[in-house]
Design a protein around this ligand. Structure first.
Ligand SMILES: Cc1cc2nc3c(=O)[nH]c(=O)nc-3n(C[C@H](O)[C@H](O)[C@H](O)COP(=O)(O)O)c2cc1C
Length: 207
């Protein structure tokens, strides 16, 4: 079975935020409106993500909808690091608070949707959170970013296959999230520590 058909599903990209002992958020491509009356949206997160645990604990979340002016820096901050290791909002001023206490992102986004979880579905590796929309706002009409747009225009491109000439090190980059692994070969059971995609989704690159 070829996996490429999965890339032909068109996704948007979002920063999903929640709050418990601190503010945190992560990039996700899984937000979908599931019903309009009541107005409910689902978002599906990997159980390894801190944002996942925070939504489970607090029951509240916000999705900020990324637009085509979003910089790779936003993806690095929210999608390539875990709040378990860093404070993602340290020094980050482009955010405001919703009524439920979670933050929404005001730069590189065009709208936010915020609410309270009404149902969770355990999907094994992931949890699907379905939430009642309680608050939302559109800030601008810059088109929402799609996953394809991110891949083509925002994510830095791998330069060539081979070895880094300056360090002599081989680098493998995750084609899904951009995480880089340094080493000659990827172990067969390797899984991206950030987006959890398998070895098959890595390409060999030069820095
Ligand atoms: C383009 C892109 C799309 C992503 N999509 C998802 C997703 O749909 N679900 C998910 O759980 N993680 C997704 N991730 C990975 C998380 O954003 C990443 O693991 C993040 O570091 C988790 O942060 P946290 O531990 O602070 O929650 C994506 C990352 C990128 C860069």
């Amino acid at each position: 079975m070829g996996k490429n058909a999965m890339y032909n599903i068109s996704y948007g990209l979002y920063i999903v935020t929640s709050k418990t002992f601190k503010d945190n958020g992560c990039i996700s491509n899984t937000a979908v409106q599931v019903t309009s009356s009541p107005n409910r949206v689902s978002v599906t997160l990997n159980k390894a993500n801190l944002t996942h645990d925070m939504i489970l604990e607090s029951g509240v979340l916000t999705i900020s909808i990324l637009n085509e002016r979003a910089t790779f820096g936003l993806f690095e901050r929210f999608g390539l690091k875990s709040g378990r290791d860093v404070d993602k909002f340290d020094g980050f001023t482009a955010s405001r608070r919703t009524a439920n206490g979670t933050l929404y992102i005001t730069r590189g986004t065009n709208a936010y949707i915020s609410g309270k979880v009404c149902q969770t579905i355990d999907l094994g590796t992931h949890t699907m959170f379905i939430f009642d929309v309680e608050e939302s706002e559109v800030f601008n009409d810059v088109p929402s970013v799609t996953y394809a747009y991110y891949q083509a225009n925002i994510k830095p491109k791998p330069k060539a296959v081979g070895t880094d000439a300056t360090t002599g090190q081989t680098i493998w980059r995750c084609t899904v999230c951009g995480y880089e692994y340094v080493g000659e070969e990827l172990p067969d059971d390797f899984e991206c520590p950030l987006c959890h995609h398998p070895k098959e989704d890595f390409v060999k690159v030069v820095k």
